[in-house]
Design a protein around this ligand. Structure first.
Ligand SMILES: C[S@@+](CC[C@H](N)C(=O)[O-])C[C@H]1O[C@@H](n2cnc3c(N)ncnc32)[C@H](O)[C@@H]1O
Length: 406
């Protein structure tokens, strides 16, 4: 039984506005855990700004009942979706980014024995035969010029050919699910070989890594599906704007016990939809590899442009989506978020204002009542994040916000 039913948290769950010290320290420890991301199918892709599975797991355990409904309106690579299913909860995951939905789906789709063995055979028979000797004309049908931008640069050129070889071999796999699994393995390995990497990756290394990654992913998926069994059918994944969540049929039928999420961050620009190759040149290759559409620019996925610091546009969009999130949350349900800010002082109060306008009340902690620490904070330095700050390094601070739907 999780902390949900423990005496230490029961008070909060019964309508009190105070979160116990014990609960704060449990969530705090999980949120600030610096262990490498591991477990279940979490390592199928390194989704930018993903939160730790420990954080999602602890929040789900503490703030939702078994079999309850968990919602993540901005699920990214689906960390919360995987953890909700692992913890015996039903879950709706949503994201505007088709790449995010693709990844979350592969992470939570069981494969049949035949599909699994065809993927094992693919690593043994097809992957070792990827060669630069294939003529470019032969591979032309598998290269999409719009979505391979900047892959002709010196360090990327050979990997581009290896990816094209891999895509041309997908016909050897029997079903869409098995092909999507192979695409996801390819995505993971191509990210390793290209994104922000200075060193050249040889074809030999690439093939070896693709075969070993595919096998590790198959083992991880097998453990996850054994653990979850039929519960894998308990997830609904949506590729849409969080502002439209209320239109989702599953959420019309039932509202969320818990919303656990990380929204786009004020003043912090994250490259959710691009890799940086050969220096900092951006490529939409993830969409080429996964066969997803890449219709939108960076500002679309960040609630605003990277040059705007505490932009009004961010807070307008955020309010719209928070209103929609409130609509799909039960009265008395919880919303627990990890939010990063480039300028915490100014942006946090605007953010909290939006939460209140949308109908969420912040839970106080016992420490706060007695005048001590108020919220759980942590520093998150990352060169992949572009904080809109002048003269400071690219870093931001992240805070855990615990709210209750009024
Ligand atoms: C901080 S990331 C979430 C990461 C996630 N927690 C994980 O562990 O992978 C925020 C996500 O919000 C998505 N997003 C941005 N605007 C959105 C919108 N209007 N509706 C839904 N999702 C949106 C982005 O595509 C991005 O995947």
């Amino acid at each position: 039984m999780g902390a949900f039913a423990d005496t230490s948290t029961r008070r909060a769950l019964e309508g009190d506005t105070i979160v116990s010290k014990e609960l704060v320290s449990l969530i705090g420890a999980a949120a600030t855990d610096k262990a490498r991301i591991a477990g279940w199918t979490h390592n199928f892709y390194r989704y930018p700004a993903r939160f730790s599975p420990q954080f999602a797991a602890k929040v789900i355990e503490c703030f939702s009942p078994e079999r309850g409904l968990v919602v993540d309106p901005y699920m990214g690579g689906g960390t919360s979706v995987v953890e909700a299913l692992a913890a015996n909860r039903r879950v709706v995951g949503n994201d505007l980014n088709a790449l995010a939905v693709f990844i979350a789906k592969v992470k939570t789709t069981a494969l049949s024995v035949e599909e699994e063995s065809s993927l094992r055979a693919w690593t043994e028979d097809c992957v070792p035969s990827f060669t630069y000797a294939r003529s470019s004309e032969e591979l032309l049908a598998f290269v999409d010029s719009a979505r391979t931008k900047n892959l002709s640069l010196p360090r990327a050129r050979f990997i581009k050919k290896a990816i094209a070889c891999a895509l041309s071999s997908l016909g050897e796999l029997p079903t869409k699910d098995s092909r999507d699994f192979a695409r996801c393995a390819l995505l993971r390995v191509a990210q390793w070989a290209l994104d922000g990497r200075e060193a050249h990756t040889s074809l030999r290394e690439f093939r070896k890594k693709l075969a070993s990654t595919t096998l590790l992913m198959l083992d991880a998926l097998r453990s996850f599906t054994i653990h979850t069994g039929d519960r894998l059918n308990w997830s609904v994944l949506i590729n849409g704007d969080a502002a439209q969540l209320a239109a989702c049929a599953s959420l019309q039928a039932e509202k969320a016990d818990l919303v656990v999420t990380s929204p786009p961050y004020p003043g912090v620009h994250v490259l959710y939809h691009r890799w940086q190759v050969d220096g900092r040149r951006e490529t939409p290759a993830p969409y080429w590899i996964t066969g997803q559409s890449d219709g939108q620019g960076a500002s679309f996925y960040n609630f605003g442009d990277r040059k705007e610091a505490a932009a009004d546009r961010y807070f307008e969009t955020s309010l719209k989506t928070l209103n929609a999130v409130r609509e799909v949350t039960k009265d008395g349900g919880f919303m627990v978020q990890l939010v990063a800010f480039s300028q915490p002082k100014a942006q946090l109060s605007r953010y909290l204002n939006n939460m209140a306008k949308a109908g969420f009340r912040e839970m106080r902690t016992e420490e706060r009542v007695s005048g001590g620490r108020e919220r759980i904070w942590r520093d998150v330095p990352s060169r992949k994040w572009h904080a809109a700050l002048s003269g400071r390094s690219e870093s931001a601070r992240e805070v855990v916000l615990i709210h209750r739907a009024d």
